[in-house]
Design a binder for this molecule. Structure first.
Ligand SMILES: Cc1cc2nc3c(=O)[nH]c(=O)nc-3n(C[C@H](O)[C@H](O)[C@H](O)COP(=O)(O)OP(=O)(O)OC[C@H]3O[C@@H](n4cnc5c(N)ncnc54)[C@H](O)[C@@H]3O)c2cc1C
Length: 423
């Protein structure tokens, strides 16, 4: 077997790939990163969580992100059209994470992160598509196509950061769809949409309506990202064009229709389908996956970039340790895998619950007792990824107990209790 060209090959230059590569290079490892697309490129996933900012700071990229002047986000507005309820949440001060985050056009954000990785010493090859990876006892061989033609690279270690493409799981593993979350998103950027003022200007809005839910993400300037998540069935049964379906959904959600009155669409309507899955394997001998290459369920709480960057940072730590010890067996990456799942679980639980009217009703009429409000805000800020203090855990259990009681109350009142997952 030929000598490796680098210690670590990272495939994918989204937030997960740039983060793991940046941390590895800062630790002194030689890293080659392959990214299929020329940047800047459009990408879905534009609302960041406050707990992501400390990761950016540790990576040394926070100044570059802050300097760009992205729209500051102080919280979120959630509403439900059927129950006619609306609730604003603001991120709390005096937490280990800031009380704000950013709304970022991903074309710009991902470029900043990838350029930052390059500045840390990562050898970024772009556009370069990896088509085949072959893992063996001593490392990995990557084969692909770049502008100059076909290439082959040898590395001692592989990181799969290919997002929903999940290079390794789709070639040598398996992908499990999450039942009932067969959703499709249609989304576009618009100009001239309604703008809130002051502290609310940058809040993400999540509007639930009978056909699904909308996100509303205001960027700095006059552009807003507006996307609709609906059941795959709705798209399958639609006989017209996708942008007509998007417009039809806008007209059915009165808050969005009102906010878009007079606005102009400035991008095509994009589509993302089948985005709820869990992939295997997430780790192996001389291999780990990060971010969406491991799993993704539902974007309602904007956790994707945070999970990608958190797992990127955790993976880098585990890989640096492996190189220090000169041992790369799958077993030593189990702790990494467990840490990722511990971090992802609170999001998954909230997402499943969010589709139950009994939960949504309490979420939109929050109870401030027993620390429940603060606990919800810790999840919404992404602050529970690194572990949940006992108090937060108990407060969330109290909330879920209240939800169970609310199911009973709603049943007696003959109000709907069935999960809306089947939308
Ligand atoms: C509808 C929807 C809305 C969302 N909204 C939000 C949100 O508001 N906030 C949020 O935080 N998250 C959101 N997300 C999730 C977010 O988009 C992802 O979680 C995040 O982008 C994951 O980062 P990543 O680095 O793992 O993957 P990606 O960002 O997808 O990056 C993977 C990269 O790998 C490259 N690549 C793929 N295959 C290859 C290959 N073979 N060779 C070379 N390069 C390759 C791709 O070009 C891509 O640049 C949303 C997701 C969806 C579906």
């Amino acid at each position: 077997m030929s000598a490796p060209d680098c210690q670590v090959a990272v495939v994918g230059g989204g937030p997960g790939g740039s983060t793991v590569a940046g941390f590895l290079a800062r630790a002194g490892l030689s890293v080659v990163l392959f990214e299929r697309e020329a940047f800047p490129r459009f990408h879905v996933g534009e609302s960041l969580l406050p707990a992501t900012l400390p990761i950016l700071a540790r990576l040394g990229a926070l100044d570059a992100v802050t300097r760009r002047g992205f729209q500051v986000k102080h919280g979120a507005l959630f509403s439900d059209q059927e129950m006619d309820l609306e609730q604003r949440y603001y991120f709390l001060r005096d937490r280990p994470w800031p009380h704000y985050s950013f709304q970022v056009p991903r074309a710009e954000f991902d470029t900043i992160l990838l350029e930052h990785a390059r500045a840390q010493g990562v050898d970024v090859r772009q556009p370069a598509t990896v088509e085949r990876v072959t893992l063996d006892r001593d490392g990995v061989t990557l084969e692909g196509v770049a502008a100059g033609g076909a290439f082959t690279t040898r590395a001692a270690f592989l990181v799969d950061a290919t997002g929903r493409d999940a290079l390794v799981a789709s070639r040598i593993g398996r992908r499990a769809r999450v039942p009932n979350l067969g959703k499709v998103a249609l989304f576009a950027h618009v100009r001239g949409a309604e703008r809130a003022s002051g502290i609310d200007e940058g809040s993400i809005r999540i509007h639930v309506f009978p056909d699904g839910w909308f996100w509303w993400i205001p960027f700095a300037g006059d552009t807003t990202s507006v996307g609709c998540v609906m059941h795959a069935r709705t798209v399958r049964e639609w006989r017209g064009e996708l942008d007509e379906l998007y417009d039809a959904m806008v007209s059915r959600c009165w808050r969005v229709a009102k906010g878009l009155n007079g606005a102009e669409r400035v991008t095509p309507v994009h589509r993302a389908a089948n985005f709820a899955y869990v992939n295997h394997p997430a780790i192996g001998d001389r291999f780990v996956a990060v971010g969406d290459a491991i799993a993704f369920v539902d974007p309602i709480f904007s956790g994707g970039v945070h999970i990608a960057m958190s797992s990127g940072e955790l993976a880098a730590r585990a890989i640096v340790d492996a190189f220090r010890d000169g041992r790369f067996g799958a077993r030593r990456f189990r702790a990494y895998e467990r840490a990722v799942w511990r971090g992802v679980k609170p999001f998954f639980r909230f997402i499943q619950k969010y589709y139950e009217p009994a939960f949504l009703e309490l979420f939109l009429k929050p109870c401030k007792r027993l620390g429940m409000f603060d606990a919800v805000l810790a999840v919404l800020a992404g602050g529970v990824f690194a572990g949940m203090p006992l108090r937060t855990r108990l407060s969330l259990e109290a909330l879920f107990a209240l939800v169970r009681m609310n199911v009973w109350v709603r049943r007696r009142a003959r109000l709907p209790v069935e999960s809306r997952l089947e939308w």
